[in-house]
Ligand binder design. Structure first.
Ligand code: SAM
Length: 380
């Protein structure tokens, strides 16, 4: 597709594989103690791994069709980290304190034999011998087919993205005419095989699906007996292609007010530090919901997440411009585990990113000519 046919709200991309620094292997790599923290004292606890940059949906806020069209060059197979490479890196991250791994993408269930990777990651143990909290975020389209195999391989839980219950609205948002019923079937299959409680993520875009907030809340509280936790996500300015505007964001405070007019709610305490969602509970015992307010109430101060892109770049922030090319260390440099682990420690200990907080204060801006990394590549 030529640039002329791209709507003005969408920014074409020359190459989204951005720049990446080759990490420095320290002369004396520091040993992994499970206690690594960054320049702002934040530990490393959560690793999100993007297993593919491809997706079968074209949600306009994430992978708009006008950009990610038939001619878009996704990463070639040889660029992707192999399951062995992913597992090797994951085990080094675990040595530094990671306790939770989330597989994501793109659409992770498009990666062939993903259950094999799940079974490899399920073998990993934290330094004190505990299994990881191993989970996956999916659009749900292939979940009914794959839930059993994923569970048998050792997956603990899933998060399913669903932006509306109204079928025409949902089909419009995913932009590939995919029906709500099939995603709901995926959620039911996940619960049936023991992948519950299931989290359902709804990205709220003002003027597009904000009319779906109450119907979604009602549906998941009435039909699932607390086994589904619905989370409302503020539409974020991730990447450079979705034409993001602040007036499309529905602040969580407004959303809670809207929900509060129908259901009595009270806030809950966070369960663990670094939790992305603020939790609320229905006073009548109908379960809980979460709001993820990364635009209006940034939570950078306790962000303990690193991200590993499909081709093995480590990113320190969802809004980063640059990654750190760990794959280079594995493939070109032939680095030992101790060296790669030492390089990861150097990268994390120098981390001071807090994009969302700075954006909230009007201080965040892209450097000239640089693009923020896209969500489908870095993983949501
Ligand atoms: N394909 C999988 C899925 O649909 O869940 C995983 C990848 S997707 C990028 C992960 C999550 O990011 C989804 O819940 C998606 O709705 C959310 N997301 C994508 N772009 C977003 C944006 N601009 N703002 C907020 N959430 C976004």
């Amino acid at each position: 597709m030529g640039e002329a046919s791209i709507p003005p709200s969408v920014i074409p991309i020359a190459d989204l594989r951005y720049r990446a620094a080759v990490p420095v292997i320290p002369a004396t790599p520091r040993p992994a103690t499970g206690q690594l923290s960054d320049a702002l004292g934040r530990p490393l606890r959560d690793l999100r791994i993007s297993v593919t940059d491809r997706c079968n949906f074209r949600c306009s806020y994430c992978m708009p069709k006008e950009v990610f069209d038939r001619d878009y060059a996704f990463l070639p197979q040889t660029s992707l980290l192999s399951f062995e490479e992913i597992t090797r890196l994951a085990s080094l991250f675990v040595g530094h304190g990671v306790q939770k791994i989330r597989l994501t993408g793109g659409e992770p269930l498009l990666r062939r034999h993903l259950e094999t990777l799940v079974s490899m990651l399920a073998e990993l143990r934290t330094p004190d011998g505990r299994p990881l909290d191993l989970t996956l975020t999916t659009n749900g389209s292939l979940l009914a087919r794959k839930a059993q195999a994923l569970h048998d391989a050792g997956l603990r839980r899933v998060t399913v993205s669903l932006d509306a219950l109204d079928d025409p609205i949902f089909r419009r948002m995913n932009d590939v005419d995919f029906p709500v019923a099939d995603v709901l079937a995926g959620i039911d299959a996940a619960l049936a095989v023991g992948l519950g409680p299931v989290k359902v993520n709804m990205v709220v875009k003002r003027g597009t699906n904000d009319g779906e907030i109450v119907p979604m809340a009602r549906h998941f509280r009435e039909h699932y007996g607390g086994r589904v936790v619905l989370r409302f996500i503020e539409y974020m300015d991730v990447g450079s292609t979705n034409g993001w505007r602040m007036d499309h964001v529905l602040p969580s405070a407004e959303l809670i007010e809207q929900l509060g007019a129908t259901f009595a709610l009270e806030p809950l305490e966070a369960q663990v530090a670094g939790e992305t969602a603020q939790r609320w509970r229905y006073l009548d015992g109908g379960g809980e919901i979460g709001v993820i307010s990364s635009v209006t109430q940034a939570f950078c101060h306790d962000c303990n997440r690193a991200r590993l892109s499909t081709e093995g770049r480590m990113y320190l922030c969802l809004f980063a411009h640059h990654g750190h090319d760990l794959r280079h260390l594995l493939r070109q440099a032939g680095a030992s585990d101790a060296e790669v682990s030492g390089a990861i420690a150097e990268i994390w200990s120098g981390r001071s990113d807090r994009y969302s907080e700075l954006r909230g204060r009007g201080m965040a801006s892209a450097s000239a000519g640089e693009r923020k990394v896209e969500m489908h590549y870095i993983g949501g």
